[in-house]
Design a protein around this ligand. Structure first.
Ligand SMILES: Cc1cc2nc3c(=O)[nH]c(=O)nc-3n(C[C@H](O)[C@H](O)[C@H](O)COP(=O)(O)O)c2cc1C
Length: 459
């Protein structure tokens, strides 16, 4: 059964996620609360009031510009620093809500897969099946150094590493415990049926894991699997593993072509393309009139810290931007040297699509409205709904909504935009009962039997 588009609130537990420097304004100062659990509980309740599908929690495990020996920029500006651990918040957020999903990012370098399977399996149970895992390979050199890996691993190696990592997690979550392993049978003197709980005996390139998995399976077993990979290796990984994937597409036309290519790749891999949801990230400044929206946009742009954004982009794209003149044409940026091991493909997609509709954007303009975004639009709820409609008509199945402030934005979204979307059939008006997988796919709690996680077995 089809459903209206998916909406996730794109968040990070940090002072500045996408709006670097805006914390200095009275409106942005709400970000002082980035470290308060209650602030995220408040957002979760607001999202649930608007039938938003999930809170999407991004995460990185390093500082952004350490490569270029001036880490003080990102640290001074609070640019994705500090960063409390999002996984630690999910139990509380789940307890405070009934239907909202939590798509949490955890990368392959930060936790051993045995521990991660234990953590996410516990959260599956404690939230009643409302967790998703955003699988990322990590792109910050400082992150790799924090875990003793010397420097960022080469791009292709990261995806091979990620495949082994997820395979270990699949074996633990899907195969270590058979259905029916829990007995609670005093007469048999068996809390559990030991014959149905297995070691996994994984021996691979990086990991050797005996098992069994330490956690009784939750309703999902494997969390809903999110992944964003724009490169050919990233795409192959998505087709093998993800249930929800992000497109790099900057326009609905580009999305249409990207979806067709991805669907073809899925079919070639023997996968039903409908089992992989394609979503994009969009960013809106909401105004009750066009004038108000424009005014808010100008105010917003005036208060962005370009120096901090340059430092942030340096870490993300693996290019030292700190000495780059912000008035440099975007096309020139493309020629700058990089190893290609960072998030270059996101910048590339924007340049290829000539963001700004043919006008020659400068690096400053790109940073203000497009850095890691398909473009920030200031508009009334009606015009935002028009925009969303275009993406939906292009075949896009959902959206990560990027706020201006991660904490303060959501009342505007829920009170002003959601009702318009609902009137147009572009947003759900109630939650489907059940787990996050059932809510998103309407096909049960478990992964389809053909999914790699189920098919892999313990052999
Ligand atoms: C919506 C979205 C969210 C992302 N969230 C994270 C994140 O939280 N942490 C992270 O390390 N990478 C994150 N990424 C980056 C991806 O994991 C990946 O590095 C990027 O899409 C480039 O893919 P590629 O290496 O296949 O080109 C995100 C990407 C997108 C599009």
């Amino acid at each position: 059964m089809s459903r209206p588009p998916i909406y996730n609130a794109f968040m990070r537990m940090t002072p500045n996620h996408h709006s670097h420097g805006y914390w200095r304004t009275p409106e942005g100062s709400i970000q002082y609360r980035y470290n308060e659990l209650q602030a995220y509980i408040d957002v979760a309740k607001t999202l649930e009031r608007g039938f938003v599908d999930a809170m999407f929690l991004a995460d990185v495990v390093g500082v952004y510009d350490l490569d270029y020996s001036h880490p003080s920029v990102a640290i001074r500006a609070g640019s994705e620093f500090p960063g409390p651990d999002p996984l630690s918040a999910i139990s509380a957020l789940g307890y405070a809500t009934e239907n909202l999903g939590f798509a949490v990012t955890s990368n392959i370098i930060q936790t051993h897969p045995f521990s991660f399977a234990r953590q996410i399996g516990t959260l599956d149970t404690f939230t009643g099946g409302r967790v998703a895992w955003n699988i990322v390979t990590s792109y910050l050199s400082n992150g790799f150094r924090n875990y003793g890996y010397g420097d960022i691993a080469a791009h292709a190696d990261r995806y091979a590493w990620a495949q082994e990592y997820v395979d270990v997690v699949y074996k633990l979550l899907e195969h270590s415990w058979e259905d029916g392993a829990v007995l609670h049978d005093a007469e048999l003197d068996s809390f559990l049926d030991a014959s149905k709980i297995h070691t996994i005996d994984h021996k691979g390139e990086r990991y050797t894991v005996q098992g069994p998995h330490l956690v009784e399976p939750g309703p999902l077993r494997t969390p809903v699997l999110f992944q964003a990979g724009m490169s050919p290796d990233g795409r192959s990984f998505a087709v093998k593993n993800a249930e929800v994937t992000f497109l790099a597409s900057v326009t609905p036309q580009a999305a249409k072509a990207d979806i067709a290519a991805l669907d073809e790749q899925s079919r070639a891999a023997g996968r039903d393309p409908r089992s992989l949801k394609k979503i994009v990230q969009l960013s809106y400044i909401v105004g009750s009139t066009e004038e108000e929206a424009t005014r808010k946009r100008e105010y917003y742009r005036e208060n962005i810290d370009i120096t901090a954004l340059q430092a942030f982009s340096s870490g993300a794209y693996g290019i030292d931007f700190n000495a780059v003149d912000p008035e440099t044409p975007l096309a020139e940026i493309n020629k700058m040297a990089t190893t290609g091991d960072h998030m270059r493909s996101i910048l590339q997609a924007a340049i290829d699509a000539n963001v700004g509709d043919g006008e020659q954007l400068t690096w400053r303009e790109y940073l203000l409205d497009h850095a890691l975004l398909p473009g920030r639009i200031a508009a009334t709820p009606e015009r935002i709904a028009d925009d969303i409609q275009e993406w939906v008509e292009a075949g896009v199945e959902g959206f990560n909504v990027i706020p201006t402030t991660t904490l303060g934005y959501w009342d505007d979204w829920v009170d002003q935009v959601v009702p318009v979307l609902q009137r147009r059939g572009l947003a759900q008006t109630e939650y489907e009962p059940g787990t996050l997988r059932q809510k998103l796919f309407r096909q049960g709690d478990r992964l389809p039997a053909a999914h790699r996680a189920r098919a892999i077995g313990l052999g």
